[in-house]
Design a protein around this ligand. Sequence first.
Ligand SMILES: NC(=O)C1=CN([C@@H]2O[C@H](COP(=O)(O)OP(=O)(O)OC[C@H]3O[C@@H](n4cnc5c(N)ncnc54)[C@H](OP(=O)(O)O)[C@@H]3O)[C@@H](O)[C@H]2O)C=CC1
Ligand SMILES: Nc1nc2c(ncn2[C@@H]2O[C@H](COP(=O)(O)O)[C@@H](O)[C@H]2O)c(=O)[nH]1
Length: 325
Amino acid sequence: MQVFDYEDIQLIPSKCIVKSRSECDTTVEFGNRRFKLPVVPANMATIIDEKLAIWLAQNGYFYIMHRFDEAGRIPFIQKMNELGLYTSISVGVKDKEYEFVEEMAKLGLKPDYVTIDIAHGHSDQVIDMIHHLKKHLPETFVIAGNVATPEAVRELENAGADATKVGVGPGKVCITKIKTGFGTGGWQLAALARCAKAARKPIIADGGVRTHGDIAKSIRFGATMIMIGYLFAGHEESPGKTIPVGEQLFKEYFGSASEYQKGAKVNVEGKKILIPHKGKIQDTLKEMEQDLQSSISYAGGKDLEAITKVDYVIVKNSIFNGDTI
Ligand SMILES: NC(=O)C1=CN([C@@H]2O[C@H](COP(=O)(O)OP(=O)(O)OC[C@H]3O[C@@H](n4cnc5c(N)ncnc54)[C@H](OP(=O)(O)O)[C@@H]3O)[C@@H](O)[C@H]2O)C=CC1
Ligand SMILES: Nc1nc2c(ncn2[C@@H]2O[C@H](COP(=O)(O)O)[C@@H](O)[C@H]2O)c(=O)[nH]1
């Protein structure tokens, strides 16, 4: 099998057909909505909270609320409904999550998007939850993950998932690849390409994006949407705690399977890092949009579709994708 990761690939430019990058359209349709960018901040406690979710929804971006404030999820949906905004939440697969889905249905709450968020998503536990969601909330767009193989994508799609999320172990605060020896760490982009060949529905590429150029590369290899933690961590609006170190301000970014999220040292597969304070998230989103417009122009087109067809070369291979342990 030919393997490669983000830093091993360069996309090859095609003749430009626009006079200005501002002509290039970065919007994407996902579910029955159109969003400004094909990116979504990771559904993690140090990346997204209610305030940021409201801002993202109000400003035309996709968001997925994390699942770690269990009791806060129903009030969150109610608040978004009151504000006339779309709703996008996460669930796990444990028994009480089945009751939670039934409770939403009983209350007449119909989230627009529900993401099943577990580490090893190729499992009957996820398939059962897809069935449960489709039975009780038939209009909801169900995203299921995370998976690493074409077989898993097919199986979750066949179970009723409307999109699958690909990426096991490539994340910045992930230690799955080190602790278990498994995953797509070091070859996330190639894993995405394999999965995309098998997929009949949209794929979210999840984890391992380190630069804005990696967004274009994800689209080239089959992603409709790209989930990103690292590049969105450390902003003024990021929920991670602010920590002063000497003169400089940092913000916490920790894994959902870290002891900091779990409150216990059990099955730990995530770590915590400190990220230098980055300023406002809207500035990063603007820069991402401009960089992606530029990617589209290099692809020789006017929209994201153009990127899906460009040629590429493999320039080298590096298992850690620039990360240290
Ligand atoms: N994308 C990625 O690479 C990874 C992401 N994460 C994130 O960490 C969070 C916690 O994930 P997770 O532990 O799955 O969630 P949960 O703690 O909610 O576990 C979900 C269920 O799956 C079981 N489970 C977890 N891992 C495995 C496994 N390797 N094999 C078999 N069963 C398993 C758990 O049981 P039990 O705990 O008893 O085994 C539990 O029943 C999520 O937000 C997830 O996205 C974590 C690791 C990798
Ligand atoms: N193995 C682990 N993966 C995790 C954990 N918490 C989150 N994640 C995954 O990482 C991505 C974000 O990756 P990034 O490279 O953009 O920072 C996130 O969406 C999850 O899929 C964890 O504790 N362990």
